[in-house]
Write a protein that binds this ligand. Structure first.
Ligand code: PGA
Length: 250
């Protein structure tokens, strides 16, 4: 009943020429009808990639969004309305690189989530613990805190129009993915936290796994009961690899 989704987070990689080739290969690929596929290029390329995707079934997402609705004097920022205007349907919020490198705290991430939804974008809310937090046994507490900040500001009803991505920080870009059981544990916890407030919304919420997903491990991760697809970084930059990951989710 939950339709799987795979989103490619290109991070700060690519060029106009590289993107054109990658998107061309993705548009040619047949993903079958059983999976939603989204790509999230850097902001500078959203419009052009969106044009190239226009007649395809592949969705467009941004990697971040400004917490302010704007328009206004927020140099360097891009509003949800602008993302919508250039064709985005999704926006990643709270990616661990934003949290760690740009000091985005839970309150700011919650505001970004609300700003995205206010323009009809589907937020992909990233949550996840660091290695240190996992070793201290506080994974659930960290993920709960990250979810609760959004629940507190947006309310549970907002999760009917959102996606959560569980991305253990220690698994991102390290080649060391969570085991299927580790992922399933946290995914079930995320779903339960939402379901405690609204059973229907919890049951319908898509929870993606992210962190060193590749073609070789995608099927076993996506086979878990509460894993509804993936948020894929490095492996989303290679069309053949990404297509195989999407096929594993379908
Ligand atoms: P990775 O990144 O697949 O390269 O580990 C995932 C992410 O950061 O979303």
């Amino acid at each position: 009943m939950r339709r799987p989704l795979v989103a490619g987070n290109w991070k700060m990689f690519g060029s106009r020429a590289e993107n054109a080739k990658l998107v061309d290969e993705l548009v040619q690929a047949s993903f079958g009808g059983g999976v939603d596929v989204v790509v999230c290029p850097p902001c500078a390329y959203l419009w052009e990639v969106g044009r190239q995707l226009k007649d395809s079934r592949i969705g467009l997402g941004a990697q971040d969004v400004c917490a302010e609705a704007g328009p206004g004097a927020f140099t360097g920022e891009v509003s949800a309305a602008m993302l919508k205007d250039v064709g985005c349907g999704y926006a990643i919020v709270g990616h661990s690189e934003r949290r760690a490198l740009y000091r985005e705290d839970d309150a700011l991430v919650a505001r970004k989530f609300v700003a995205a939804q206010a323009q009809g974008l589907v937020p992909i809310l990233c949550v996840g613990e660091t290695l240190d937090e996992r070793e201290k046994g506080v994974t659930s507490a960290v993920v709960a805190r990250q979810l609760d900040a959004v629940l507190g500001l947006a309310g549970v009803a907002a999760f009917a129009r959102a996606i959560v991505a569980y991305e253990p920080v220690w698994a991102i870009g390290t080649g060391k993915n969570a085991t299927p059981d580790q992922a399933q544990d946290v995914h079930a916890f995320v779903r339960g936290r939402i379901a405690d407030r609204d059973a229907t919304i919890g049951a319908g919420l898509r929870v993606l796994y992210g962190g060193s997903v590749k073609a070789a491990n995608a099927a076993e991760l996506f086979a878990m009961a509460d894993v509804d697809g993936g948020l894929v970084g490095g492996a989303s930059l290679k069309s053949e690899e990404f297509v195989r990951i999407c096929a594993a989710a379908a």
